[in-house]
Design a protein around this ligand. Structure first.
Ligand SMILES: [Fe+2]
Length: 378
């Protein structure tokens, strides 16, 4: 019945022309004395960066491009060292999830410098100062970094991908222009879409969920099921527009209710294996649902009508839902199957040691043997 909500990002979800007009008006609200632009190569290639740059037209600026696709805490340290004495007044990030995450973490660290950057990953919500003002222009539809307090890096000390979590590090303005996602290659559209779905379903199943987060989760999941296959076709702009909305809803729902076991297990795979984030989530998702079993039936039963399965008992229905996801991912969407060896799984399990506190808001707490089974059955 009671809840706290903090979603401070101004979200502008508009066609390009309108969004850029709004940016022109917003320009005066930001200090443009020295702007750091974090730019993906494709946003340069397709001219998105140029358009934003022209409107902001800052007095001084630095451009950070050729950013790592899978940034590590070492990359973060290097960029921080480069920028720490530059008196950056505004950060503008244009690109996919990694670019937005890297820029966001730098925005936090510039106002909250740490001697040991690794501490950023355990300082959950411990940063005192507000980040540098930041603007995000996402060019993929899934990470939703533009509206969340999370930024994810490969962290060697934790043998996992791991988020910096700080409510001092929200973007001030998210300029969400669906046209900028039309240039995503189909594989990027697929895996970022699955990332969005994972945010939606994990927050929905989290014990932290409540009516408002569930509203975003349920609407977002509906949009995902209706559009994910069509979004693989670059020409289907309506599907791409819709997936941008699903991604935004996913970002809002994880900001309100958090992610869960799929991200915990997927991040460990992502640390060891060179697989896209959304791919690692697709692998574990059906098996995590199967593990949750009847504990999530009351939530998942909203899909009984959609899947035409009103006649099953709770356990049968949850297993059916898990099989349905497998069929969707592997058959319809052609997600590549990946199998893990015994040695792989040993490494994954070792990574989890000491991270049990991450399980506290899951609908069912896994034991080591449950996790081994999940990894074995992907
Ligand atoms: Fe994610």
């Amino acid at each position: 019945m009671f809840f706290d909500m903090y979603l401070p990002t101004k979200i502008v979800f508009r066609r390009e022309k309108e969004a850029l007009d709004i940016l022109k008006k917003e320009r005066d609200n930001f200090n443009l004395s020295k702007v750091a632009f974090f730019v993906s190569n494709s946003s340069k290639k397709y001219g998105y960066f140029e358009k934003i740059f022209k409107i902001l037209n800052p007095q001084k600026y630095v451009i950070l491009d050729n950013l790592p696709v899978e940034p590590t805490e070492k990359d973060l340290e290097d960029i921080f060292q480069k920028l720490k004495d530059e008196n950056i007044s505004l950060i503008v990030a244009i690109g996919g999830g990694s670019v937005l995450d890297t820029a966001k973490a730098i925005g936090i660290l510039l106002r909250n410098p740490l001697k040991d950057i690794k501490k950023a990953f355990i300082y959950i919500d411990k940063f005192k100062n507000e980040a540098v003002d930041m603007i995000a222009v996402p060019t993929t539809a899934g990470s939703s970094s533009e509206v969340t307090p999370y930024s994810v890096f490969k962290v060697e000390a934790l043998k996992s991908k791991s988020p910096i979590v700080s409510r001092k590090g929200f973007y001030k303005l998210a300029l969400v222009i669906p046209e900028y996602t039309y240039t995503m290659p189909p594989k990027v559209a697929l895996y970022s879409g699955i990332d969005a779905f994972s945010h939606l379903i994990e927050s929905y199943l989290s014990l932290r969920s409540f009516e408002i987060s569930e509203f975003f989760s349920i609407f977002g999941m509906k949009i995902f099921f209706e559009n994910i296959s069509k979004t693989l076709n670059n020409a289907n702009t309506l599907a791409r527009d819709n997936m941008v909305k699903a991604s935004l809803y996913g970002g809002i729902s994880i900001t309100l209710a958090g992610a869960g076991l799929m991200h915990i297990l997927g991040h460990i795979i992502g640390y060891y294996k060179n697989l896209p984030h959304g791919h690692t989530l697709a692998l574990v998702m059906p098996e995590v649902i199967r593990f949750y079993g009847t504990s999530v039936y009351n939530k998942l039963k909203i899909f009984e009508d959609l899947l035409g399965k009103r006649n099953l008992n709770p356990l049968e229905f949850v297993n059916y839902f898990s099989d349905f996801l497998k069929e969707l991912f592997y058959k319809d969407l052609q997600v590549e199957k990946v199998k893990f060896s015994k040695e792989d799984i040993k490494l994954f399990i070792n990574s989890l040691k000491g991270k049990e506190k991450l399980f506290s808001k899951l609908p069912k707490i896994p034991k080591e043997e449950d996790i081994i089974k999940i990894y074995e059955n992907v």
